[in-house]
Design a binder for this molecule. Structure first.
Ligand code: GLU
Length: 485
């Protein structure tokens, strides 16, 4: 497994919807592996049985695959280090922890939750550092083993040296040193017999031959404990990279209470995978030419993990919208059309042909694919009729609107073939002939034809609707105006 190439991994916990932070970390890990001809692994961290959700795992796979962040080894595809699901690796953790118990790097702790709570209270009162008070550190090992053999509930803790300090290099942040007195005797195996994240994580990273641990900054605080576990297991450290957390503009961490964080949500809204990857890449990387819209290939070629930014990247959906719109407009029309169809954004009754006709009109303003049906419903069906208020613009009167609509109806009837240049000329003639201001002509027409304020270019709308449908809608609007009180 260790032929010198990179082995990187992500290790999501299946505790809910696939999180955008998982995609963010996956992107950087996978890019690093792809750049170096190494491997990118997916591990499922499911040791926390209280937060475990059975459906979550498949959702994570689906969301990452949808983004194109596929992996080389993982629970669903296997690989040389299988199993890749922590809940299936308990025997391995047990074996490692037995070794740690034997060497004295770990010990059994029989303190009840109540005892620990009391000790904590006392520490608070005495204004001491909160943490395990070390009650069971010096229990006789044989005696402790006997108590365990009689099924006395207990946990297994890491014996953190009382003196000295633990240090490691974070490849992004430099050397980090922590006094051992600040590090708690971390629980490695819980009373339910399952390992904690800390033990399972280090054992697996060793067993899987992980060379580069790229993960979110929130784990930085756990890394000294991990370093001590590596040392206790007599194994060299991987290279650590703690990437900045995704934050709101007020610096708070993004969370599902405040932000949309589920990848499923982004997909349902019609964000393109290209745009999401582009946006996430920008959270840790700025292209030298400041060209913020790019594709994965470019990122893979130019990204340098050593130069990842440590600033707090702002997870700004307005920016994502902008990037999404840019990618929509960069796409070949047929590719975009296929994407709309594949992602379920084409209304069921709409043919590919009709969709292809209308698509060029709406791409200019479209931000998310989910807007497609709303932006085009005027074309595919008969829109709800506009009100007389909508047909009379702020800078106009009922008379100007009547004049605009009647004039259009008459001139359109004479146009043949019904083509954009002729339509444009007719509109110019109307403006001129009746001394109408542009909004006095365009607004009532826009409302009459599309029942919306922000339609695509009006001339294109008229052309694509065709003569008969345009005249029919103008006629209907005129009736509304005439009969309005
Ligand atoms: N299971 C952890 C998580 O959910 C993995 C952290 C790590 O990459 O070490 O993020």
């Amino acid at each position: 497994m260790t032929d010198g190439s990179v082995r990187a991994r992500i290790a999501p916990s299946p505790t809910g919807d696939p999180h955008v932070g998982t995609a963010y970390v996956a992107l950087f890990n996978r890019t690093l592996a792809r750049q170096t001809g190494g491997q990118f692994l997916l591990r499922i961290d499911d040791t926390d049985r209280t937060r475990y959700q059975a459906s979550s795992e498949q959702k994570i796979f689906d969301a990452l695959r949808w983004l194109g962040l596929d992996w080389d080894e993982g629970p669903d595809i296997g690989g040389p280090c299988a199993p890749y699901r922590q809940s299936e690796r308990n025997a391995i953790y047990q074996q490692k922890v037995d070794h740690l118990l034997e060497s004295g790097s770990a010990y059994r702790c029989f303190c009840s939750a109540e005892t620990l709570a009391k000790a904590r209270e006392k520490q608070k009162q005495d204004k001491m550092r909160l943490g395990y008070p070390g009650t069971c550190r010096d229990l006789d090992r044989v005696e402790a083993n006997q108590r365990a053999a009689k099924d006395e509930p207990h946990v297994i803790r890491l014996r953190v040296p009382a003196e000295g300090e633990t240090s490691f290099v974070d490849q992004i942040r430099g050397e980090i040193r922590v006094a051992n007195s600040e590090i708690d005797d971390q629980v490695l195996i819980k009373t339910d017999g399952f390992p904690t994240y800390h033990l399972a994580n280090v054992v697996d990273d060793i067993e899987f031959g992980i060379t580069h641990v790229v993960r979110a900054e929130e784990w930085l605080i756990s890394t000294p404990k991990h370093v001590l576990i590596y040392q206790a297991l007599d194994h060299p450290l991987p290279r650590f990279f703690h990437v900045p957390l995704l934050r709101n503009a007020d610096h708070s961490k993004i969370s599902k209470r405040k932000n949309p964080v589920s990848l499923d949500w982004f997909r349902e809204q019609g964000y393109l995978k290209e745009a999401i990857l582009n946006f996430l890449a920008l959270m840790g990387w700025s292209p030298p030419d400041e060209e913020e819209v790019f594709d994965l290939d470019r990122f893979q070629q130019e990204f340098n993990i050593e130069k990842i930014s440590t600033g707090a990247p702002v997870f700004d959906l307005v920016k994502l919208d902008w990037i999404n719109g840019m990618h929509i407009r960069r796409m070949e029309p047929q590719v975009l059309l296929k994407r709309l169809a594949d992602e379920g954004f084409l209304p069921p009754a709409v043919s590919q042909e009709d969709a292809a006709t209308i698509l060029p009109l709406v791409t200019e303003r479209m931000v998310r694919l989910a807007e497609f049906s709303d932006r085009t419903d005027w074309y595919f069906g008969d829109p709800i009729a506009p009100s007389s208020d909508q047909l009379i613009p702020k800078k106009g009167t009922r008379e100007t609107s009547l004049c605009a609509l009647e004039g259009s109806r008459e001139l359109f009837a004479e146009i043949s073939p019904f083509e954009p240049a002729a339509i444009e000329a007719a509109l110019a003639q109307l403006l001129d002939q009746h001394s109408l201001k542009k909004p006095q002509l365009f607004m009532p027409l826009r409302w009459a034809l599309t029942s919306r304020q922000d339609s695509p270019d009006l001339i294109e709308v008229i052309a694509v609707l065709g003569k008969d449908r345009s005249i029919e809608r103008i006629q209907r609007a005129l009736e509304i105006l005439v009969t309005a009180p």
